[in-house]
Design a protein around this ligand. Sequence first.
Ligand SMILES: NC(=O)c1ccc[n+]([C@@H]2O[C@H](COP(=O)([O-])OP(=O)(O)OC[C@H]3O[C@@H](n4cnc5c(N)ncnc54)[C@H](OP(=O)(O)O)[C@@H]3O)[C@@H](O)[C@H]2O)c1
Length: 289
Amino acid sequence: MLGLSERGKKRLAYGFWRFTENQVDEAIAMIALVRENGIDHLDTADVYGGASGFGGAEKLLGAVRAKAPRLLDGAVIATKAGCEPGAPYNSSPAYLKAACEASLKRLNMSRIDLFYIHRPDLLAHPADVAGALDDLVTAGKIASVGVSNYTVAEVEALTRYLKAPIRAHQIEFSAGHVTPLFDGTLDQAMKKNLAVAAWSPLARGGLGDGGPMELAKVRATLATLAAKFGVPVNALAIAFLSTHPASVTPILGTTNSARARECLDGLKLTLTRRDWYDIVEAACGRRMP
Ligand SMILES: NC(=O)c1ccc[n+]([C@@H]2O[C@H](COP(=O)([O-])OP(=O)(O)OC[C@H]3O[C@@H](n4cnc5c(N)ncnc54)[C@H](OP(=O)(O)O)[C@@H]3O)[C@@H](O)[C@H]2O)c1
């Protein structure tokens, strides 16, 4: 159980990209809010931490565990490695194993529930990446393996060598970024039964007032549908993702509790095919053929 969506069960996750190490009280308040509302999957990465630097967001979760241990009972913690400051990517076995050990210490955990390769390292042979991940599973350091921002071919190549199953693929997917609908990513996830976690589900604020020009049509379509349903645009943005048959889990990143509640409401909406395709057509800038 990863706390991610499955067929017939729509879920959300919460991510800590936008938190710094010292925001312990803010993190506790947000985790309490999302957990009360059924979110059990918490996403972080070794590189997250903003101004507090590399490792800051993982240390934050470690501090949350120390200050409010019950809050994380039953929560699934996912983290990522493979982005090396300055490199920019490193999925060599030595780097991944050291990164995992460092994450365990910062998170104050003995085993990571879901360990993602954050971004593909073009200089790493998939057999070597697979060997490192399998070693980490065998050693009990990680429970499950995920990948993030992989192409379809990169998932296939890693699968060829990996003994453990790839459980999840974390991708950019939103009403403002619909590429995964057409590049085979979601089809591959359904074929291989990979959980799909969608990062930046609100297009980093681009779906709200003041978003970029290129998303104007998407914003207008979401606003029309939001008026039809009588809900905020953020709820529509989440409903768009959770309607896809790949059982997508949007990873919330808002630090605003009102916006988080609006997103939670999105899981309750049922879009018609016409509603959903209106958003796709606005995102693509053309009618479906
Ligand atoms: N695997 C990867 O490569 C990768 C990459 C990026 C992110 N992630 C994961 O995905 C999570 C979510 O990503 P995200 O934070 O980019 O998600 P997001 O929900 O698309 O963006 C949230 C950001 O947009 C702002 N925002 C949303 N609606 C707005 C509006 N109407 N007006 C103004 N600002 C608005 C939020 O501000 P407020 O906080 O004020 O609401 C916040 O700064 C991250 O925490 C991380 O766990 C993974």
